[in-house]
Write a protein that binds this ligand. Structure first.
Ligand code: PLP
Length: 395
């Protein structure tokens, strides 16, 4: 099938909810991907932060193959080993007490929101159900997580939205304090706003919010769907900030490309979600959990290099000294590049045409989320493409 035939069939049979680039990816190895004609692309996207260990890592394949030959799925009415082992490893690594496995980031956040409201209901009764989130945040695409998302462009069409969310500007503690009232039960934060533009919160702000939560018995929910699983140089981004969440969510990179999400609770919240209050058919799927165990194993080696690789990429981009590039921001291998004089999407199309896959974020930025296992050689190849595209814009 030619690319044009594929595109036509797709537009006939698939809901056109994605503004796709005119490229089909067929296979890959590490951070190098190939289209059906064998054309090579360097991957600075990892499937939007999902392919954390790159394409086709041998340990990841072996874990999936090994599990799928034993059992592909069984309901949560029965015990399985991979989910329980994964829960133990993740709880020990995060300091959280227990976990509920979901299938995506939005679902993990739905679980966190339910948990926060039930915690408050159990302790204080009805009427204490508001959750404060940040302007410019992104928490998912279900009706409730859209409500949690602090961007007006997502609050259209799908009325009525779930009530009980208030959005306050990031890094502005006074606004948060002023917004608070007796109806609040939780604050939900992305420590680095990903979709919003790769915008880190300041440590002082996060610590102040955490203290305020403790004083009021509000739950601090940290959404690590994008920042989690090693992306920022620590297994979880909160470990860079010196705070501890009550509730923590993650998804994307957790299983290296298979669908899995997770909601963690600390000791105080560990007993809130009880039998019958929350469930999902596919949650803790043994193949996904086996994949996630292999990701943790691979990250043991890859994690110590994440910060170094992120610094390397940022230093090189800044050294391009290109007038379209206004600096870099982010943590670890979660990198935002604010651009001016060109639309980020237009620039990204140029990168992709030249063989480098990048993302955009917020209104002004190119976003890089390379696989955490990307090699320095692959980084250099990607940076060389980026530099030559930027130079051609100047000409
Ligand atoms: N939370 C954050 C911080 C995200 O970046 C995303 C997705 O981009 C989500 C939640 C939603 O995750 P999913 O698309 O897996 O539902």
């Amino acid at each position: 099938m030619t690319f044009e035939e594929l595109r036509q069939k797709d537009s006939e049979y698939v809901m056109q909810t994605y503004a796709r680039y005119p490229v089909a990816i067929e296979r890959g190895l590490g951070a190098t991907l190939y289209d059906p004609d064998g054309r090579e692309y360097i991957d600075f996207t990892s499937g939007i932060g999902v392919d954390s260990v790159g394409a086709c890592h041998p340990k990841w394949i072996a874990a999936i193959e090994g599990q799928i030959r034993k059992l592909g799925h069984i309901s949560n009415l029965f015990y399985t080993l991979p989910g329980t082992l994964l829960a133990e490893k993740l709880c020990l690594a995060s300091g959280m007490k227990n976990v509920f496995f979901a299938n995506s980031g939005a679902e993990a956040n739905e679980g966190a929101i339910k948990l926060a409201r039930k915690y408050s209901f159990d302790r204080y009764g009805a009427g204490r159900d508001e959750i404060i989130t940040l302007v410019n945040s992104f928490h998912g695409r279900t009706v409730t997580t859209l409500s949690a998302t602090g961007q007006d462009k997502f609050h259209q069409y799908f009325y009525p939205f779930t009530e009980g969310f208030r959005h306050v500007p990031a890094n502005d503690f006074e606004s948060l304090e002023n917004a608070a009232g007796s109806g609040v039960c939780a604050v939900m934060l992305e420590l680095v706003q990903g979709e919003g533009g790769v915008l880190p919160l300041t440590p002082a702000y996060v610590r102040a919010v955490s203290d305020l939560c403790v004083r009021n018995d509000w739950l601090l929910i940290i959404d690590e769907v994008q920042t989690g699983m090693g992306r920022t140089g620590k297994l979880f981004c909160f470990q860079n900030y010196g705070v501890t969440p009550d509730v923590l969510t993650t998804a994307k990179g957790i299983a290296g490309g298979l669908p899995l999400g997770a909601v963690f609770a600390n000791e105080k919240c560990a007993g809130v979600l009880t039998a019958g209050t929350h469930a999902t058919t596919f949650g803790a799927n043994p193949v996904c959990c086996a994949a996630a165990l292999s990701v943790l194993d691979i990250l043991d080696e890859a994690l110590p290099e994440v910060e170094k690789k992120g610094d390397y990429i940022r230093q090189h981009i800044e050294a391009f000294n290109n007038p379209y590039i206004k600096g870099t921001r982010g943590l670890g291998l979660m990198i935002g590049i604010p651009v001016a004089g060109i639309e980020p999407a237009a620039l990204n199309r140029r990168f992709i045409e030249a063989g480098l896959l990048c993302l955009t974020a917020g209104a002004d930025a190119i976003r890089l989320l390379p696989p955490l296992t990307i090699t320095f050689e692959e980084i250099d190849r990607g940076l060389a493409i980026m530099q030559s595209v930027l130079q051609s814009l100047e000409a």
